[in-house]
Design a protein around this ligand. Structure first.
Ligand code: C2E
Ligand code: MG
Ligand code: MG
Ligand code: MG
Length: 292
C-alpha cells in the first residue's frame, strides 16, 4: 500500500525524481545494447610484489558509451546486476580475460602471471557457474591455476553451502579465490575458515587512511595477522604512495595493487616491462652457468 502511494507520488508529483527515472531507463536501454554494439573494454591493473615484480593483473570493465564516453563500473554494474544483464556481460569479461591469460601463458616471460576477474553474486548463483567457467577455460586454453576469481563478502553470506560447494569444485581444478574489499562486509571469521579461499584483498579505503587514521591502521594490521594465521595470501588494493607501501611491507603485506604501480589500462599500454619481472624469470646466461 505504501509502495502504491509512493509510485503515485513519483509519477505525478515529483518531476525531479521522474526525470531521474527517465535517465535511468535510458541508461538501461543503452546498457542492453552495449554488448551487441561492442562497447565494452577490459582494462588491466598490475599487481606487484615487494621486489617490484609484476605478479598478475586485475581485469576491470569499462564501458565506452557513444555519448557519455567512458563509464566506470560503479555506474552500471549495479544496474547490470538488477537486470541480470550481468550474466552476458560477466560472460564476456571472463572470456576476454581468459583469452588474455592464454596469450600470457604461451610466452615464458609472462607465463607466471595471474589474471583476476571480478565475479558478481548473481553470476556465482547460476546453477551452471562451475561448468561455465570450466568451459571458458577449455575453449580459451587458459591455465586454470592462473585464474583468480574475486568475490566480495556479500557473496559468502548468501547461500553459503552452495557457494562453498561451487568454490571447492573450481578450486579442485586449480582456480584461485580471492575475497575482495575485505573489511567492508560482514563476514564472520567462521566463514573464512570454511571457505576454500586463497587470498584476502584489503579494501582500498583502509589503505587510503592508514597513515593518518589509527583505526584503519589497526584494521589493516589485524587483517594481515588474520591472513597469516589462516595461511591466506594477502594483497592490498589502492596503494597510492611509497609510504603506504613501506608501511605494508613492514607489517607483512608483500603484494600490492594501486596507482603507485600503475592505473588500469588497455592491454597494449600495460607496463609489464617497467618491472624486473622478465629478468627474474630468465635462466642464467650460458657464460654465467659455465663459470658456476
Ligand atoms: P574492485 O574490484 O575493488 O576494483 C578496484 C577498484 O579500485 C577499481 O575501480 C580500480 O580502478 C580502483 N583503484 C585501483 N587502484 C587505485 C588507487 O590507487 N586509488 C584509488 N582511489 N582507486 C584505485 P573501478 O575500475 O572503477 O571498479 C570498481 C568496482 O567495480 C570494482 O572494485 C569491482 O567491484 C567492480 N567491477 C569492475 N569490473 C568488474 C567486472 O568485470 N565484473 C564485475 N562483476 N564487477 C566489476
Ligand atoms: Mg576486484
Ligand atoms: Mg577490491
Ligand atoms: Mg574495493
Amino acid at each position: 500500500q505504501a509502495k502504491e502511494a509512493g509510485r503515485n507520488t513519483l509519477s505525478f508529483f515529483d518531476p525531479a525524481l521522474q526525470s531521474r527515472l527517465q535517465a535511468r531507463a535510458r541508461l538501461e536501454a543503452d546498457l542492453r545494447q552495449a554488448l551487441p554494439r561492442d562497447e565494452f573494454r577490459l582494462h588491466y591493473q598490475v599487481q606487484v610484489n615487494a621486489a617490484g615484480e609484476t605478479v598478475g593483473a586485475e581485469a576491470l570493465l569499462r564501458w565506452q558509451h557513444p555519448e557519455r564516453g567512458e563509464v566506470l563500473p560503479g555506474t552500471f554494474i549495479p544496474m547490470a546486476e538488477e537486470t541480470r544483464l550481468i550474466l552476458p556481460i560477466g560472460d564476456w569479461v571472463l572470456k576476454t580475460a581468459c583469452a588474455q591469460l592464454a596469450a600470457w601463458a604461451g610466452d615464458p616471460s609472462t607465463a607466471a602471471l595471474t589474471v583476476s576477474v571480478n565475479v558478481s553474486p548473481r553470476q556465482f548463483r547460476e546453477a551452471d557457474f562451475v561448468e561455465h567457467v570450466m568451459k571458458v577455460l577449455e575453449r580459451t586454453g587458459a591455465p586454470a591455476d592462473r585464474l583468480e576469481l574475486e568475490a566480495t563478502e556479500s557473496l559468502l553470506l548468501e547461500a553459503r553451502d552452495d557457494a562453498r560447494d561451487k568454490m571447492l569444485r573450481l578450486k579442485e581444478r586449480g582456480v584461485i579465490f580471492s575475497l575482495d574489499d575485505f573489511g567492508t562486509g560482514y563476514s564472520s571469521l567462521s566463514y573464512l575458515k570454511r571457505l576454500p579461499l586463497t587470498q584476502l584483498k584489503i579494501d582500498r579505503t583502509f589503505v587510503h587512511d592508514l597513515l593518518e587514521d589509527d583505526t584503519s591502521a589497526a584494521i589493516v594490521a589485524s587483517t594481515i595477522a588474520l591472513s597469516d594465521s589462516l595461511q591466506l595470501d594477502i594483497i592490498a588494493e589502492g596503494v597510492e604512495g611509497v609510504a603506504q607501501r613501506d608501511w605494508l611491507i613492514e607489517h607483512g603485506c608483500l603484494t600490492f595493487q594501486g596507482y603507485l604501480f600503475g592505473r588500469p589500462a588497455a592491454i597494449e599500454s600495460l607496463d609489464l616491462n617497467g618491472t624486473p619481472y622478465g629478468a627474474a624469470m630468465m635462466p642464467p646466461l650460458k657464460s654465467e652457468a659455465a663459470s658456476l
